[in-house]
Design a protein around this ligand. Sequence first.
Ligand code: ASP
Length: 329
Amino acid sequence: KMKKVVVFTTGGTIAMKYDEKQGGLVPAVSGEDLAKAVPGLDKLAEIEVREFSNVASCNMSPERMFKLSQTIEVALTDPSVAGAVVTHGTDTLEETSYFLDLLHASEKPVCVVGAMRGASDTSPDGPANIYQAVQVAASCEAKDKGVLVVLNNLIHAAAQVRKTHSANCDTFGSPWWGPIGYCDQDRVVFRRAPLGRKVFNPEALTATVDLIPAETGLGTEYLDVAIARKVNGIVIEGFGRGNIPPAMIPGIDRARKAGIAVVIATRAFAGRPYETYAYPGSVGDSKAHGAIRGSEASGAQNRLKLMVILSQYPNLANEPKELEALMDS
Ligand code: ASP
C-alpha cells in the first residue's frame, strides 16, 4: 500500500510568480497547484495538501512556527500518515526547521523544503525539491532523524543547516558538518544521523526573547531596549568564542537584576561559545555577571530554543546552571 504524506504549504518563492504590475515575485500559487506541478509525485506517495499560509517567510513568527508545529504533530498522530512535508520560504527556513525540530518527538519524518526560483521563472527548482522532500518523508530511512531540510538533492539536519547564499539554488549548507544524506533517483541515501537532539513540549509559547548581535564599539544601548521591553530572555550573538565588547557587560548586570536570562551565542558558523578567556568581555566575564553559554547553533536558533525552554520552564531564568545545561546541549 502506498504511504501517505501530508504536505503543509506556508508560502515562499516556491509558491510565487512574477507580477508585472508590482515588478517582482509575489505569492500566487496554491498548495494544490504546487503539488500538481510535480510530475510523478503521485507515484511516490498518496499526497494530501493542507494550506497553512501563503506568505513570504519574512512574515514567519515564533507564534506561527508554534502553531505550525502543533498542526503537524497532530497530523502525524494519524496512523495512516507516514510523514510530513512543509513548503517554506528559504529566508527563514532554518529557523522554522529548527523550531519544529525542538518540538518533534515523533519518529515520523518531517521535511522542510523551499525553492530559490519562482514558479514562473525559467527552470524553477521548486518541483524537483518537492519531489525529493516527499521521497524523503515517505522513506523508512528518514525515520527518527528529527526534522530534515531537503533542497537541491541534499538532506540536512535542522540544527546544522544554514542558508549560505542569497540567490544561488545551491544555498543550503551545514557548515563544518555537511549534509547527512542525499536523494537519488531510486532511493534516499543516508550516511549520518544527527546526534544529541533534545525535544521539548511547552503547552504554549509564552516567553519572549530578543536577539542582539555584538557590534564592535557597542555599549548597553540594545540591551537597555530589551530590558525596557520586559523580555524573558536575551541572546547576545558574540564574536568567535562568544566574546563581546566590554561596554555591554553593565547591560548584562541590569538584565539579570530584572530577572532576564542572558545567553551568549557566537556569530561564527560553528563551534561553541566558551569561557576560554578571562579578559573583559569574554564569556568568562559575561558568566561572572550572570550570563550563560548557549549552544553552537546560530544566534537566531539559540533565541528560538531559549523561547521554548523559558515557555516550558519559566523559573529557569533564575537558575543559570540548569538553564545552561539545557541550552548548551
Ligand atoms: N523571499 C522568499 C521567502 O519567502 C525567499 C525564498 O523563498 O526563497 O523566504
